[in-house]
Ligand binder design. Structure first.
Ligand SMILES: [Fe+2]
Length: 253
């Protein structure tokens, strides 16, 4: 399968992801080896600890990275780079600053589509999560809820995710919550959402080339024991491709 990974921190020197172009290349090498052929750099935006609110700065950093990757791809030991499609997006923390930027439409969607990747403070109560999602939908954008398995609100009330999905939100789960064989609450929720089909996208959220690499193959391997390849293809290739092309998604419920 040709995986498309919608969520990664590939852009070097911007947030808590890649520290240099060397590390970015190693992250892409791992992704390629593990079957990924399309990947989106989604640097943290509106995180107070990273100064990444400026769309101009993020676009400039992405252009510089792409120039360097294009140069490196001409060397034989980096020729795999020619097979990788790299796109730009952002992972937006829901804060008052983000909501203001949303109002002004100064947010960076996934590959310029109407799909916007968002994350929340871990203990944000459900009504505030819901309100932010609705504000995004009202602006004719589609919220892609990053790593939903992490939030306290959904540990307590997982049925709320089905409701958000019905209202038009896209549900994203992190591959390492499924593929690492952990037994914690996040992993249990991620696996149970997969079993029930209450998700749309599995992505890596890769941050580096060691502890949190950008790979989704391990989640595929675990889920393939129980679920059809057709479902996995929808979550790990078809739906991510449709998002990048600004198309509607397939449902697996
Ligand atoms: Fe992330």
């Amino acid at each position: 399968m040709r995986f498309i990974d919608l969520h990664s921190h590939l852009l070097p020197g911007i947030d808590d992801g890649s520290s240099s172009i060397v590390e970015t290349v190693e992250m892409l090498r791992i992704a390629h080896r593990r079957g990924t052929r399309g990947i989106v750099a989604t640097p943290h935006a509106f995180q107070p600890m990273f100064a990444t609110h400026s769309l101009v700065a993020l676009c400039g950093a992405f252009s510089r990275m792409m120039e360097e990757l294009t140069d490196l791809a001409s060397y034989s030991d980096h020729s795999f780079l020619k097979e990788m499609e790299v796109h730009l997006g952002s992972e937006n923390l829901v804060t008052p600053e983000f909501l203001q930027a949303l109002e002004e439409r100064k947010v960076l969607t996934l590959n310029g589509s109407r799909y916007l990747l968002v994350e929340f403070p871990l203990f944000m109560p459900f009504p505030l999560i819901e309100s932010a999602a609705l504000q995004i939908l009202e602006r004719e954008m589609i919220p892609v809820l990053a790593h939903v398995e992490r939030y306290e609100a959904f540990h307590q009330r997982p049925e709320c995710l089905k409701d958000l999905k019905t209202r038009g939100c896209v549900i994203q789960v992190n591959a390492d919550s499924i593929g690492k064989g952990r037994k914690d609450e996040n992993s249990q929720l991620a696996v149970s959402l997969a079993s029930q089909g209450v998700l749309d996208v599995i992505a890596s959220d890769g941050h580096d080339a060691s502890a949190r690499p950008p790979e989704v193959q391990s989640a595929f391997d675990r889920l393939a024991k129980e679920l059809s390849e057709e479902k996995l293809n929808t979550w790990m290739s078809e739906n991510p491709s449709r998002i990048l092309a600004n198309q509607n998604l397939e449902s697996t419920e």
